[in-house]
Design a protein around this ligand. Sequence first.
Ligand code: NCD
Length: 317
Amino acid sequence: MKKVETKSITGIKNLTRSNIEYILELAEKLEPIVKGESQLQPLKGKKLCTFFYEPSTRTRLSFESAMLSLGGTVISMADAQKTSSVWKGETLKDTIKTIENFADVIALRHFQAGAAEEADSHSRVPIINAGDGPNEHPTQTLLDMLTIKKEKGRLDNLKVAIVGDLKHTRSAHSLTLGLSNFDNIEFVFISPESFKTNQWIKDIVLEKGNTFVESEDLENSIIDVDVIYMCRIQAERIEDPAEFAKIDGLYDLTRKLVDNCTKKPIVLHHLPRVKELSEDVDDYEGAAYFKQTYNGVLVRGALLTMVLDKVPAEYNL
Ligand code: NCD
């Protein structure tokens, strides 16, 4: 296991298997602090700024919850497009050159692909990508992977269905890239034709020695999978109403469909859900989407601790 040596976390595509294993191990070691069972405060004296240009519930609040649990403090801009100087036309560069004077680390959510990398190039302090447009969502993927590891006991040898708007969903992109670092992963990408996974992501799956199939049919394609990952339609990224109509309401994972599967798959969703995941799945024992939310606190705490170089020596990592 090896910690990430770069200053910032801009995408899963920059992380190795060893980096991912390090972060997940650290996340699990931090759990006693998050639960209040350990008095360690590794981030005492450190400040996080959460700066979000797009809406968020889980990502922003779990970053903040993690920082506070680990002894740090938080300043926050939840609605940068409307209430910061961005509204007056300030550039991302000037915004970052400002915030770096106020905080030791910045969690940035932005509507443009590549924004985290651009911010990193201007920043003295670490940037953690909390979602950059339709591109990547690395912290979501790390919490997804921690959940798979805890619930299935492994990250190798998995058949994983990813379902929905695979073209625009950054969580699906990052999860595919992240899991591609592991061995014997069979992806089943389920989407309508015009919402398929981007070719460059599929190329990486194959380059890393893993496999995928593509299907439009939810019911029959999930029968023998280990993991079902449901995605919300990214309506705000689809301009053409005719395009939207091709996917709106198309998939709905119900308890009946899950009970029909042969390997008791776990069910994940990055949330928020809209129409694609029925509430009757909630009491299925493999429903793990609210566990993902909890694991988000651990993983984001691990990332903050790692980029601030404050990993407690007694963890022996
Ligand atoms: C996702 C996001 O913002 O990319 N939400 C999240 O962070 N859990 C997914 C979504 O908005 O559909």
